[in-house]
Design a protein around this ligand. Structure first.
Ligand code: ADP
Length: 408
């Protein structure tokens, strides 16, 4: 014997209860139990117990109506079906009942046991399917929500990984670039070093073998000439080695700025004197100090190196008989040094690489040099917190201007 179907009739008219009970009793199989709630409030209480499989609810319920009850029950999560009973058969009530959540709609006095049984059966089945759909829906929503959260977490992780990868990529790129620069530097070093060492070394070799041939006292002059050539070649080698050493000490951060107070004019004039032996035939350095102030507070060693580099470049890259203009000036807050020549100039395309170690412009291949001097000058100026500017025109000349700040 299947379970009885429990039906609750909500109707404030006892006659209707009796009529309904009679109809239900006439349903074949007597499988129904009918209970009665005569008012809206009582119905609310009984419905909350959730003991019934189906509710038959009258449209009119005193101050309330059946639709109100259906809406309320729905809001409390009641899933058992409602069948609305009413005296009037109009389409509007039917539609409102359906919208409120009623499963079916029967017009009082027009339905027989067969109609009621069919309506109850269909409503229960329908409500069951609805509940099933709702359950599936809820499960689906939960799964979608869980999946969305998983995806969001995966997305966040991906973004993080992406960022880390990008950072790593950037670091690798930087490392590669550094490696490339180092490699270029090494190969430039090897080229320059072998080239620059070979010339003075072959001078030493040839002069040394010639000296052994000059044995008589009359050949003293010739011997002396070759001894001097050897000395000058060794000097040259020494200078190149000093440049290499300076670069490596700079790379290691071992060059320091140690300012002392001295007279700029005397210092610059002495440097010009030292340069005389290096000048080419007919060349001269015209030195001028602008203004009355000559006292400066600078690192003498760094400054000497800068001046010798700029002045010897001025001489090296100008023809015989050219003048190198050298000016110094001390103002309230800075020292200005200008070295200007009338030499070969620097090709525009080469100017961007000017301060790269071992770089030499295309128009100087037959003039000796290592491509280190300007790099050293620039670094020394930076160590002294100064700035370096230049201006050059091919075939006309080059001007270097250095400005170093002074604290009183
Ligand atoms: P080096 O003179 O030993 O080659 P530097 O670093 O002093 O090295 O100079 C780098 C390059 O800059 C030189 O090879 C030359 O091409 C260019 N240069 C520097 N000074 C001058 C100048 N006064 N006139 C023309 N070119 C210059």
């Amino acid at each position: 014997m299947p379970d009885k179907i429990r039906v609750l009739l909500i109707d404030d008219d006892e006659d209707d209860f009796i009529i309904t009970r009679d109809i239900i009793d006439d349903i074949p199989g007597r499988n129904y139990v009918l209970e009665w709630a005569p008012s809206f409030n009582q119905a609310v209480e009984v419905i909350r117990e959730r003991r019934h499989n189906v509710y038959l609810v009258d449209f009119r319920l005193g101050a309330h109506d059946g639709l109100e009850l259906i809406t309320k029950a729905e809001s409390e999560g009641i899933t058992a079906p409602f069948i609305l009973l009413t005296g009037q058969s109009d389409r509007e009530t039917d539609e409102r009942a359906m919208r409120a959540g009623a499963q079916d709609y029967l017009v009082k006095g027009t339905f027989d046991p067969y109609d009621l049984e069919r309506s109850i059966r269909y409503s229960i089945e329908h409500a069951k399917s609805l509940a099933e759909i709702q359950k599936l829906n809820t499960e689906l929503e939960q799964r979608v929500e869980a999946r969305t959260q998983e995806l969001a977490a995966a997305n966040r992780e991906l973004e993080q990984t992406n960022k880390t990868l990008k950072r790593a990529q950037l670091e690798i790129k930087k490392a590669l670039q550094k490696e490339k620069e180092l490699h270029e530097l090494k190969s430039r070093f090897v080229t320059i070093a072998s080239h620059e060492f070979r010339t003075p070394l072959s001078t030493v070799l040839s002069s040394a073998s010639l000296i052994t041939k000059y044995k008589s006292a009359e050949e003293d002059d010739k011997r002396l000439k070759h001894v001097n050539r050897i000395k000058s070649a060794v000097n040259n080698l020494n200078n190149i080695l000093n440049d290499f050493l300076s670069i490596s000490r700079m790379e290691e951060g071992k060059i320091y700025n140690v300012p002392t107070t001295f007279d700029m004019y005397t210092f610059a004039a002495d440097t010009v004197d030292e340069m005389q032996g290096f000048l080419q035939e007919g060349q001269r350095i015209v030195y001028q100090h602008l203004g009355d102030e000559t006292n400066v507070n600078l690192d003498k060693q760094l400054l000497k190196n800068i001046l010798i580099n700029l002045l010897s470049n001025g001489s090296k890259y100008s023809g015989e008989g050219k003048t190198i203009w050298f000016t110094t000036e001390v103002t309230m807050c800075s020292v200005r040094i200008v070295v200007k020549d009338e030499g070969i100039g620097i090709p525009e395309a080469d100017q961007v690489h000017l301060f790269t170690p071992f770089f030499r412009a295309q128009n100087v291949t037959n003039i000796q040099g290592t491509g280190l001097g300007l790099n050293i000058v620039k670094k020394y100026v930076e160590i002294m917190d100064g700035t370096l500017a230049y201006q050059s025109e091919l075939g006309k000349g080059t001007t270097f201007t250095i400005t170093i700040p002074q604290t009183a």
